[in-house]
Design a binder for this molecule. Structure first.
Ligand SMILES: N[C@@H](CCC(=O)N[C@@H](CS)C(=O)NCC(=O)O)C(=O)O
Length: 206
């Protein structure tokens, strides 16, 4: 497999965690978001969205969307399972994962931040406020959800897709200096995740 990747991309980090948890080898191809390489025709001819990650399977199929990739990998390599077999538990795990992947991350993605800053003329401090606002709003939801359903990890005591999405988003929040002190349960789960080999190996600084 080949992963089109950028070390700081949290969506890519999700997939790197999944690959590491399942111990799957892959070729890592860096697309440098700092230089805009994601918008080059050479990349958009491979990845329709011009976003990272993109996964090229062993059969040569190209997948976009980190959660679609993780679901695909989970179907092919079920251990350890990232999507609970029980339908209700799976829906709970997806609810948390999508709170991050749909309700937080897209609002704070690079192209969105660039648009609000350069096209709408928003200054740096307003942009930072925007960023923090959406992280804190989404994390408040997650903190409530893990209070009800969490344990050692986001959903009980077993790792799931929710944890795979949480750790990268926590890292992003810290990088952008968002105050996350109001989310003690998320902080505790993140601390437990970040001692796991797969999460460390997949981390941007590893
Ligand atoms: N929903 C997509 C999000 C992909 C995405 O937004 N990737 C970001 C990096 S985390 C990106 O490529 N940004 C480039 C840009 O905004 O130009 C997924 O989960 O794969």
């Amino acid at each position: 497999m080949k992963l089109y990747d950028y070390f700081r991309s949290s969506a890519s980090y999700r997939v790197r965690i999944g690959l590491a948890l399942k111990n799957l080898p892959f070729e890592d191809v860096m697309i440098d978001l700092r230089t805009g390489a994601q918008n080059d025709a050479t990349y958009t001819s491979i990845a329709a969205s011009g976003l990272v990650p993109a996964l090229v399977t062993d059969d040569g199929a190209v997948l976009g969307q980190s959660l679609a990739m993780l679901r695909y990998l989970d179907r092919l390599h079920p251990e350890p399972a990232l999507f609970p077999a029980d339908p209700l538990q799976e829906a709970y795990a997806m609810e948390m994962a999508l709170t991050i992947a749909c309700d937080i991350h897209p609002l704070n993605n690079l192209r969105v931040l660039q648009y609000v800053q350069h096209d709408l003329g928003v200054d740096q401090s307003a942009k930072d406020k925007w960023y923090s606002h959406w992280v804190q709003k989404g994390f408040a939801t997650l903190e409530r959800l893990v209070s009800q359903r969490g344990g050692e990890y986001c959903l009980g005591h077993t790792l799931s897709i929710a944890d795979v999405c949480l750790a990268p988003q926590m890292l992003n929040a810290r990088r952008f200096k968002v105050d996350i002190s109001a989310f003690p349960k998320l902080l505790a789960i993140d601390a437990r995740l970040m001692v796991l080999d797969a999460f460390r190996k997949a981390a941007p600084d590893s």
